[in-house]
Structures are given as C-alpha cells and as structure tokens.
Design a binder for this molecule. Structure first.
Ligand code: HEC
Length: 490
C-alpha cells in the first residue's frame, strides 16, 4: 500500500522511550482500503508495533532511529478518522465547490476557509452525498465529458467523515485559497476585441428569475474568425448563466428584451456560453467560427435575484484566429414541436430522430428543455447497429444549462441515426411544475411552455460533404415547421 507522509492520522506524537526488548501489544492501526490510507483511532498511551513500511517512513521523518517497537503516547483527534479541514477537506472544497462558492459569486455562500465551511459541515455532507452539489447532470458511465463536475466516492467520504467527526480544523497550516477570476480579469488573457453591454441592466431585488436577451453591435473591423468568446459578468452575484450567439441579419432588433426558452430569433452562429466555475468554451484550432463584419452579438442572460436590487453590465472578450478555418462545427439539431402534455401526466415522452448522410465527429452536445422535463437521452445507432450514447440525464434541472464537450470526439459514420427521447413530468408531484394545479402544457418558448431540443455539435470528417449535411438538416427543419403534418412514426 502506498503511504504518503500525511497518511498517519496522528494529531501529535510524543516519543516516551524506546527499547530493544519491548513486547509489542496489538496495534491500534487499521487500514481502510477504500481511501487507501492508514488510520489510527483512539486516544491513549499505548505500545505499538508499526508495520514495516510505517517504520520506514518514521525513520525517514527522523521520529526514531533503528527500532521497530516503541512506546508512544499518542494523542489523536478523537474519532475523526483523521479527516481534518486543512489537510483533507480544503483541497476537495477548493477543487469542487469554491469556483462557484466564493465571495461575489452566484452561489449563496463562500466555501473557501475553515470558518466558511465549519458551520455547514453537515449540509455539505448531505448535498454532496445526494449529488445535488456540485451541479452536474449527466449520469456516470455513459459518455465522458470534459470538465466533469461529478465527485468521486472517495471525495464524498472525506467530507462525510469530516462532518461526522465534528468538523476539526487540524494542525496543518491552512492551505492557500485558489485564485478566482474577477470582474476585471480575463481567464484567457487580453482579448482581441471586447464587446460591452452599453448600459447596466437592473435586476430587481425579489421575484422570479429574469431571462433577458441583449442585442449589441460587435463593431468588428472586418470579417473575423472567432476562436473563443469569453463572457465576463460585472456582477457575478446575480448571473446564473449566459448563452451567446451572433446575428448577421440586417433585421432591426430591440436592444434588450425578456426571453426565456429561446432568444426569439434564428441566430447565425452559436458562440458558446458561460456558467460559474467553468472555463470559456474554445473552438478546435482549425474550426474557428466565421463572423461577418456588421454582425451583432446576442446574449441571453439568466439573472437570479439576490434580495437586493443589483446592477450588472457584462462584457464579452473575443479571441480571433489568424487562420481561416479548414473545418466547421455544424449544429446537428434534433427538435420536436409535437409537445402536448396533459395536466397530471407524470411520464410524457417526446421522441425525434435524424439520420446523418455524411460522417461527422461529434465534439459536444447541448440539450434544451424547460421546467417539466426530467429525463433526457440521446444516442446514435451506427450503421453496424451498435448503440453509442451521446447524453444521458435522469434528473434535468433547467437551472444548469451546461454545454457539454466530449473528452474525445465521437466518430459517427454516414447513415448513423441520432435519436432523442425526453420525458416530462406534468404531475403535481414534480416540485418544478410551474402550474399549481397542473395544466395542459404545449410547445412554446415561454416559461410555462415546453421545448425539446438536442444539439449535437459536429465536424464533418470530409468538409466537401458539408452541403449534403446542410440539405438534410434543412429538410428536417421544414418537417419540423410543418409540425404534426409530418408526424414521425413513434
Ligand atoms: C457550478 C457552480 C457550483 C458548484 C461547483 C457548487 N455549487 Fe453549491 N450552489 C451553487 C448555487 C448557484 C447554489 C444556489 C442554489 C441553486 O441555484 O441551485 C448552490 C447551493 C448550495 C448549497 C445550498 C443548498 C440548499 O439546499 O440550501 C449547498 C450546501 C452547496 N451549494 C454546497 C456545495 C458544495 C459542498 C459544493 C462542492 C462539493 C458545491 N456546492 C459546488 C453553485 C455551485
């Protein structure tokens, strides 16, 4: 068993005497293979026999020289299983929680220092065991995503044991808090161009969450290729998430309007999104997004009232690529407008499918539905009949609109059929049901309507085949606009 220097869970260790001829009594050492560490429990003056590798370590640390058997007075943190804040818990909270839970961020309280976490130890253990926090929706074991926020069992146990032991701080020095992005720093360094919201937006103190769309001129000096768009809220306390798009049309638009499920226009391109604790989404090097001069930036921002009136004026930093893209990310979007959920129906299923005529590499996936949706499944049936998962969410929460990127692109050969199946719960038992009592819900963009969309971000393997994919997607859009005239066999 590997034994790190911090693995002996002894809060203090006093050498009383050493003797060659000591009769060693049963050690109070136990192993816990799960955490791969050695624990000592109890508090007494005892005689111990250390396993040989411990002796080797004690020698290394200079605790004693040459003897395998010693009499020691051991004082340990009673029953703590050795988990202390400074040594064990802080690294977990800093890696898993503090990105959202720090001062000035949207999460309701900081989880950085011992003082922050001590009084919440039990709550922390409960929400992590229930996997309510950190928010991460995809089920494990189906597809591997980048920036997976799911905690390991080992990390959850560290928090649980620490809470059960009364949340000790430990005597190790307090670890340095992580450095967080601030309202005046860019995570990716100085952008090539910054687009600012012209006027601050005011978020009321109380009431329902606010979904606001903004249309802002980008003032591009020429046609550009955008590698990344970094969204930077000025007031991170109120911003829950943001989605960015471009609009190259010349249509006159309102600069700011309320919008919930959709942005109320057909965007020219998606530019990614932002949510707390996440790094900006970057396009593959050779697949930067072409954006025409004169385009406008459309941002949909989800604001979460904080109890006091807040002002927020975001900026978007654009990073350009010098090289014209040789590949393109295409939104292979599956959607259904056939949604008519009877009041009280706890299991309403919406399906859709689309066969891709060309081979693509799927690099990511963006699901979309509103409050009633519970389950979201997407998979591909490859031409050889094999099923390849693309997304599996069993507990959809509208609050967490992540744009998922695969760890490695998924190759989908020509004639692969992508299928989606979303399940909605319109019963009174669904705590997220916006209607009480439940009412019939149909397709629409409002907070009381529902949507079903699954966007597979795909790069054609052979770029010259792109028009063929475009034609097939256009056909699907036309069928979808036709709605129930083109009902798919379910
Ligand atoms: C991606 C951002 C994010 C991460 C990461 C995150 N939280 Fe949260 N957390 C939030 C937000 C936002 C809320 C407020 C409630 C909501 O919007 O769901 C919250 C709420 C909470 C609450 C209050 C829940 C309640 O029911 O009162 C606890 C406790 C909590 N988080 C603990 C944690 C812990 C522990 C971690 C790490 C293991 C963590 N969070 C990671 C964003 C995050």
């Amino acid at each position: 068993m590997p034994l790190a220097q911090d693995a002996l869970r002894v809060s203090s260790l006093h050498l009383i005497s050493t003797t060659e001829s000591f009769a060693c009594t049963a050690p109070l050492l136990s192993t816990d293979s799960d955490v791969d560490r050695l624990y000592v429990s109890g508090c007494a003056a005892v005689r111990l026999t250390f396993p040989s590798q411990v002796v080797a370590h004690l020698r290394e640390w200079g605790v004693f020289k040459g003897k395998a058997c010693v009499a020691l007075a051991l004082c340990f943190a009673a029953n703590s299983d050795g988990q202390t804040f400074n040594r064990d818990v802080a690294p977990v909270l800093h890696a898993r929680c503090a990105g959202c839970h720090h001062d000035g961020e949207v999460a309701p309280f900081p989880l950085v220092t011992f003082a922050d976490a001590r009084s919440k130890a039990k709550l922390i253990a409960t929400v992590t065991r229930a996997r309510q926090m950190p928010p991460w929706q995809p089920e494990p074991g189906f597809v591997h995503f980048q920036n997976d926020r799911r905690m390991s069992e080992k990390e959850i146990k560290i928090l649980e044991r620490w809470a059960a032991a009364g949340a000790p701080e430990g005597s190790a020095p307090a670890p340095k808090p992580p450095v967080f992005p601030t309202a005046d720093s860019w995570q990716l360094g100085k952008p090539d161009l910054v687009v600012d919201l012209p006027e601050p937006f005011t978020v009321p103190a109380e009431g329902a969450d606010v979904y606001q769309c903004f249309v802002v001129p980008m003032n591009l000096p020429a046609d550009k290729f955008v590698r990344t768009a970094e969204f930077r809220p000025s007031n991170r306390r109120v911003v829950h998430h943001a989605l960015m798009f471009t609009d190259a049309s010349r249509i006159v638009r309102r600069p700011s309007y309320s919008c919930f499920g959709t942005i109320g226009l057909l965007p020219t391109q998606g530019l990614g999104g932002w949510s707390p604790g996440n790094a900006p989404i970057q396009m593959p090097l050779d697949a930067a997004i072409p954006v025409a001069q004169g385009s406008r930036l459309v941002a949909q921002v989800h604001y979460h009232p904080t109890g006091k009136e807040e002002h927020e004026r975001w900026s978007v930093g654009l990073y350009f690529s010098d090289r014209a893209p040789t590949r393109r990310v295409v939104d292979v979007g599956l959607a259904s407008r056939i949604i008519d959920i009877p009041a009280g129906d706890a299991h309403y299923v919406v399906k859709q499918q689309f066969t891709i005529p060309i081979a693509v590499d799927a690099i990511g996936i963006i699901p979309h539905a509103h409050l009633l949706c519970r389950e979201m499944r997407g998979w591909a049936i490859l031409p050889n009949g094999r099923k390849q998962w693309l997304l599996n969410i069993r507990n959809w929460d509208f609050n967490w609109q992540d744009q998922f990127r695969y760890q490695t692109p998924i190759r989908l050969p020509a004639d692969t059929t992508i299928q989606m199946e979303f399940v909605y719960d319109n019963s009174a038992a669904n705590p997220r049901n916006p209607h009480s009592p439940p009412q019939r819900v149909v397709a629409g963009p409002g907070i009381e309507d529902e949507m079903a969309g699954l966007h597979v971000q795909s790069i054609p393997v052979h770029m010259e085949e792109l028009p063929e994919l475009g034609k097939a997607l256009w056909g699907a859009v036309m069928r979808s606009v036709g709605g129930s005239f083109y009902r798919l066999p379910q």
